[in-house]
Design a protein around this ligand. Structure first.
Ligand code: C5P
Length: 214
C-alpha cells in the first residue's frame, strides 16, 4: 500500500440538541481505528476521521477529530483524493433541525416536539462522486439476521464496491472481537469471529490485492 492514500471514518457522530444534550449512535471506534492502523501497517498514507471515542489515536495515522456528521463529511471531502475510502463510522442518520444555543428549559415541550432533519450519507456521497471517486469504496453494515441479503441490498443502495457485514447479534458492539462477511458483486467471504485487529488486517490485505490487480 506504499504510495496509496486511504481515508477511514470511525466512531459515532454526535448531533447537538443544546449545549448539554445530543443524539448519537453506539460505537466504540475500535473496528474503524483498527482498520486505519492495518492500512498504515501496510505502508499506506492514512487519514482517520473520527467522532468522539474513548480510545487513543492509532500510531502512524493522521487523525482528524470531529463531532457531527456534517463535520465528518467536510473532513472527508477535505482529505480526498484517496485510493480507498472505508466508512466504518456509525453516523447519526438524523440531527436536530436546530441546535439550541442555550440549555433547553421547559424540556417537555421542547423534547416532545424535537424536529429532526436528515444527515448526508457520507459513504453514498463518496461512492457516487463523479470526479475523484476512490478506486475502492468500502462500507460497513451491522446486521443481526439475513446478513448477506441485507449487505447486498446495501451495496446496491450505497453504490459502494464492498460491504463488510458485521453480525452484531452477539456482543460485537464495543467488544474486542467481530465476525464478518466481505461482500462484493462477485465475492462473499466469511471471516470467522476474530479480534477486530485481525478483521482489519484481512480487509487491508484484500484491498491491497484488489488495487494491485486493477
Ligand atoms: O445505512 P446504514 O447506516 O446502515 O449504512 C452503514 C454504512 O454507511 C456504514 O459504512 C456507515 O459508515 C455509512 N454511513 C455514512 N453516512 C451516514 C450513514 C451511514 O457514511 N449518514
Amino acid at each position: 500500500m506504499r504510495g496509496r492514500r486511504v481515508i477511514v471514518t470511525s466512531g459515532p457522530t454526535i448531533e447537538p440538541i443544546d449545549p448539554v444534550r445530543f443524539l448519537s449512535n453506539r460505537s466504540s471506534g475500535r473496528q474503524g481505528h483498527a482498520i486505519a492502523a492495518a492500512f498504515a501497517a501496510l505502508g499506506a498514507d492514512v487519514t482517520l476521521v473520527s467522532g468522539p471515542v474513548a480510545i487513543p489515536d492509532p500510531e502512524s495515522v493522521t487523525t482528524i477529530h470531529v463531532e457531527t456528521a456534517l463535520e465528518m463529511l467536510e473532513a472527508v471531502t477535505a482529505a480526498l483524493p484517496a485510493d480507498v475510502f472505508v466508512g466504518v463510522a456509525a453516523v447519526a442518520d438524523w440531527r436536530p433541525a436546530e441546535a439550541a444555543a442555550q440549555k433547553l428549559k421547559g424540556e417537555k415541550a421542547a423534547m416532545a416536539s424535537l424536529t429532526l432533519t436528515e444527515n448526508p450519507d457520507i459513504l453514498k456521497t463518496v461512492a457516487k462522486l463523479d470526479q475523484g471517486r476512490p478506486a475502492l469504496v468500502i462500507g460497513f453494515a451491522a446486521e443481526t439476521h439475513d446478513v448477506e441479503r441485507h449487505a447486498r441490498e446495501k451495496l446496491a443502495r450505497k453504490g459502494c464496491d464492498w460491504i463488510v457485514a458485521n453480525d452484531v447479534s452477539g456482543d460485537a458492539m464495543g467488544g474486542a472481537d467481530n465476525a464478518a462477511m466481505l461482500i462484493g458483486p462477485d465475492r462473499a467471504e466469511r471471516w470467522p469471529r476474530a479480534p477486530k485487529a485481525e478483521i482489519a488486517r484481512r480487509l487491508a490485505e484484500a484491498a491491497d490485492l484488489a488495487l494491485a490487480r486493477s
